[in-house]
Design a binder for this molecule. Structure first.
Ligand code: HAM
Length: 414
């Protein structure tokens, strides 16, 4: 036997029923995006590293630790969609065509992390990014849309955490205050956070180190750093969420590990996911378009992690692979069976049959495995009588039906 190969650690092969659930989630998301007036964009997996270094932040985990670099090039496998969508939005001069753009995207992202449950090196995002709207009603709507996608995918027990970082000036004020507060505990912070305090103190709030967590928990954070305008914006976001019946928890410790956020930030958390407990997240990034060399256009978006959504749907039962299985006895009846299979498919009824003669018993077993609702049996007895047997697989009942009535009878049953 030759050598066999294994999948790359941190990647997943999707098999049924997981693959079917994956597509189901994508289908529901796509339908909702269309309902909310979003247009799909399909962007490359390869992107220049600078887009993320400048966009997400050179001291973010994504850029500092998780980038998949193509050797000797400044090209990377995209770790997230937002900075990339912004790059594309600017490059394609979208702002000149219309003042508002609502995009969605579905595709793989890559982060070179040490894999663990829920933390992969290749995973998929269902994401949305909206450009050109300042109105806080949109923040509420975007969050509600993400919430709806999760609900429609059958994910129920999730908590929506919500916070606001304020505008760039507020964020700076917050950061400076945090820096001062954290400096008092400098010696007790982990080595990395000791550096973070001076470079990017907000990142300390995300640290998983127990000692850092304890210090962070003792801090009193609130909305003190917010200017009147940002206070009002956040208030209106919460009002919209209430009006849309989206439950949320205000969490002043939620800052997110990506530098581009301003004002609203949010995360969907489930305790069933373990340490990697976020199945989706997002927020406003009003300065990113400008920072990446584009016009001064406000924006907001979110991304849901499909693999983590799948983990929350482990109870999923896959739909039938085909609705009708056509069984036959002996090679002579194979071509008649095949004609029926082709006709059913032509009329939009999913159908299949065995490619080689097998006993009726084993064909029924295959029909069962495929989840077929009905099996049609072509046997010698049926041939003599000029009819077919229609077996209802769920009820284990069967009846004889005239050949010409079989398709309407099947359509009636499925
Ligand atoms: P993010 O929080 O880095 O945000 O990723 C969003 C979601 O992707 C996470 O909540 C998680 O479900 C999933 N995810 C992230 N990393 C992994 C991983 N290594 N393995 C499996 N799943 C993962 C963003 O990427 C932002 N672009 C979201 C956004 C869009 N903000 C504004 N617009």
């Amino acid at each position: 036997m030759g050598k066999h190969y294994e999948h790359v650690k941190g990647t997943v092969d999707f098999y049924p029923p997981q693959s079917s659930l994956f597509q189901n989630i994508v289908k529901e998301a796509r339908n909702l995006f269309i309902l909310y007036g979003y247009e799909e964009i399909i962007l490359p997996i390869l992107e220049t590293e600078a887009v993320f270094a400048k966009g997400v932040g050179s001291t973010s985990d994504i850029v500092e630790k998780q980038i998949f670099r193509i050797q000797d090039k400044d090209i990377v496998l995209r770790p997230e969609g937002t900075a990339q969508v912004v790059r594309s939005y600017i490059e394609n001069s979208c702002s000149k065509q219309s003042d508002v753009h609502k995009f969605f995207y579905i595709g793989p992202m890559f982060r070179g992390e040490r894999p663990q449950k829920g933390r992969l090196r290749q995973f998929h995002h269902i994401g949305a990014e909206v450009f050109g709207v300042e109105n806080p009603a949109l923040d509420g709507e975007v969050i509600a849309l993400a919430y709806m996608v999760l609900q429609k995918s059958g994910i129920k027990n999730i908590t929506l955490k919500l916070n606001t970082l304020g505008c760039a000036q507020d964020k700076e004020k917050f950061s400076a205050r945090l820096q001062k507060d954290l400096q008092a505990h400098h010696a007790k912070l982990c080595e990395l956070c000791q550096k973070r305090v001076s470079v990017n103190p907000l990142r300390v709030l995300d640290c998983k180190d127990p000692s850092c967590k304890k210090i962070v928990a003792s801090l009193s954070l609130g909305k003190g750093h917010l200017c009147d305008e940002c206070q009002d914006h956040f208030h209106k976001v919460t009002e919209t969420l209430k009006a849309l019946s989206v439950p949320f928890e205000y969490d002043p410790f939620l800052v997110r590990g990506l530098d581009y956020y301003t004002n609203t930030v949010f995360e969907f958390i489930s305790s069933a996911l373990g340490a990697q407990d976020a199945c989706g997240a997002g927020g406003r990034y009003n300065n990113l378009v400008k920072n990446l060399g584009g016009p001064d256009v406000p924006a907001i978006g979110f991304a849901l992690g499909v693999e983590r959504m799948l983990l929350l749907r482990e109870d999923f039962k896959s739909p039938p692979v085909v609705n009708v299985f056509v069984a036959y006895t002996g090679e002579t009846l194979a071509s008649e069976a095949r004609t029926l299979v082709y006709e059913l498919r032509r009329q939009g009824v999913s159908a299949d049959m065995s490619y080689k003669p097998k006993s009726l018993k084993s064909q029924l077993r295959v029909a069962q495995r495929l989840g077929a609702v009905c099996t049609v049996i072509f046997g010698e007895e049926e041939r003599k009588e000029g009819c077919l047997t229609l077996r209802n697989m769920r009820e284990s009942t069967q009846q004889k039906i005239a050949v010409e009535d079989i398709i309407p009878a099947l359509k009636n049953k499925i």
